[in-house]
Ligand binder design. Structure first.
Ligand SMILES: *Cc1c(COP(=O)(O)O)cnc(C)c1O
Length: 363
C-alpha cells in the first residue's frame, strides 16, 4: 500500500496506537464501553475549562456537520430568531441548515479574508431585539482565518442571546475557555484537533440551556436533548454508536494529555504553521489571509505569479513523495491549502516544503 501523510484539516494523520484501538469489536451494552463514553465526556469538559454543574457533553453520530445541524435544529424555537455570522463555506453551511429546517434567521456575511466585526454584530443586535441566538465559526477552515469569538461572545452576552460556536477545526488545537467567552453551545468532531478518526461530533452545552431545549427538536435522529437524556444516564448512546471510533477517540484524548494538553498541542500546531508560512514565503508563495488573523490550523496560499501547472499536477507530485494537500476553497482567488494539524511535526513541514521547491524548479 502506498501511504501518505495528510496535510488536510481532518480527517488527518493519526498515530498508529490510535488506529490500533479499532482492532476490537466492542459491545454497545457493555459497562466497560459505557464507561469509556462517560470518560470521554468528562475529559472534554476539562478541555473546555468548564465544570459539570454548568456544562455537559453530548456525543452525536455522524460527521461534524451533523453536530452543527443537531444544535441549530434542536435549541432554536419557532418564535426565536437566529443571527448567523459567516465569512466562509462553513458559516454559509449554517445558513443552508437554517433554510432546510425553516429556522427564522438573518445573516451577517463578511468577505472571506476579514474577520467579522464585533461592533457590527452589536449594531445588528441593537437594531433587531427579536434576535435570540447568534451562531458563528471559530476557525473558518475555508480560508484558515481565526475569528474573534471572544469579542463577539461579549456582545452576544450583553444582549442576553445564546451563543453557538462551530469550533470544529480549532477545539483542542486552540485554547477556548468556553464559559469565560460566553459560549453556550460549542461543536467539534472526533477527527480534527483531538486527532481521532471520523464518525461522530461532540457538543459541549450549557446544561440549563440544553435542558430548556426539551421538545424543540425538528429532527428525531439529531435531537440534541433526547441524545443527552439517554447518554447522561449511564453512557449508553441512543442509537447505534460508532464503537471503533469511540475507542480510538478515547485513546486520542489520552495521547493528547500525554503530549501536554491543549497548550502543548497548540504550540506544536502554531510552530508547524509559522514554519510552513515562512518556507513558502521563501519560495515566493504568499498567504491569502493577512498575518494578524491567520489561524494555526490550515493556510490558504496564492499560486506563484504566472504559474503554468495545475493543482492536480502539483497534488500528484507531492502525493507520490508522501503527502496529501488540499485544493483551495475561497471563491474569489486562485489558491490551494495546506493543513498542519494531526500527527505532523516540523520535520514534515520541512519535507513537504522541499518537495514543493523541487516541483517548482521542475516547472
Ligand atoms: C470540518 C468542519 C466542519 C464539519 O465538516 P464535516 O465534513 O461535516 O465533518 C464544520 N465546520 C468547520 C469549520 C470545519 O472545519
Amino acid at each position: 500500500m502506498n501511504t501518505y501523510k495528510l496535510l488536510t484539516p481532518g480527517p488527518l494523520t493519526t498515530t498508529e496506537t490510535v488506529r490500533k484501538e479499532m482492532m476490537f469489536d466492542h459491545c454497545t451494552w457493555d459497562d466497560d464501553y459505557k464507561a469509556i463514553t462517560q470518560k470521554i465526556r468528562k475529559q472534554l469538559l476539562e478541555l473546555a475549562h468548564v465544570s459539570e454543574e454548568d456544562y455537559t457533553v453530548v456525543l452525536m453520530q455522524g460527521s461534524g456537520s451533523f453536530g452543527v445541524e443537531s444544535v441549530l435544529t434542536s435549541v432554536i424555537d419557532k418564535e426565536d430568531k437566529l443571527l448567523i455570522i459567516a465569512n466562509g463555506a462553513y458559516g454559509e453551511r449554517m445558513e443552508d441548515i437554517a433554510v432546510h429546517a425553516g429556522i427564522p434567521y438573518v445573516a451577517y456575511d463578511e468577505v472571506y479574508y476579514k474577520i467579522p466585526d464585533a461592533g457590527r454584530v452589536e449594531e445588528i443586535l441593537k437594531k433587531d431585539p427579536s434576535i435570540t441566538h447568534v451562531a458563528m465559526v471559530h476557525s473558518e477552515t475555508t480560508s484558515g482565518i481565526l475569528n474573534d469569538i471572544q469579542a463577539v461572545g461579549k456582545v452576544v452576552k450583553e444582549h442576553g442571546c445564546t451563543f453557538i460556536v462551530d469550533a470544529m477545526s480549532s477545539f483542542g488545537g486552540v485554547d477556548i475557555p468556553v464559559k469565560e467567552w460566553g459560549i453556550d453551545f460549542i461543536i467539534s468532531s472526533a477527527n480534527k484537533c483531538i486527532q481521532g478518526v471520523p464518525g461522530f461530533s461532540f457538543i459541549i452545552a450549557d446544561r440549563q440551556k440544553l435542558i430548556e431545549s426539551e421538545g424543540k427538536a425538528r429532527s428525531l435522529s439529531l435531537d440534541l436533548y433526547d441524545q443527552w437524556k439517554t447518554m447522561n444516564k449511564d453512557g449508553k448512546w441512543r442509537f447505534t454508536s460508532p464503537t471503533h471510533v469511540v475507542l480510538a477517540f478515547s485513546r486520542a484524548l489520552d495521547e493528547m494529555m500525554e503530549e501536554g494538553g491543549i497548550s502543548a498541542r497548540s504550540k506544536r500546531y502554531y510552530d508547524n504553521n509559522r514554519l510552513l508560512i515562512h518556507r513558502m514565503k521563501e519560495m515566493g508563495i504568499e498567504t491569502y489571509i493577512g498575518e494578524e488573523h491567520q489561524g494555526p490550523i490550515i493556510t490558504t496560499f496564492l499560486y506563484p505569479e504566472n504559474h503554468k501547472f495545475s493543482f492536480q499536477e502539483m497534488y500528484q507530485y507531492i502525493k507520490d513523495r508522501g503527502y496529501a494537500i488540499y485544493p483551495g476553497k475561497v471563491t474569489e482567488a486562485d489558491t490551494f491549502r495546506i493543513g498542519n494539524i494531526g500527527e505532523i511535526y516540523e520535520e514534515d513541514i520541512e519535507k513537504v516544503c522541499a518537495i514543493i521547491k523541487e516541483f517548482l524548479e521542475d516547472k
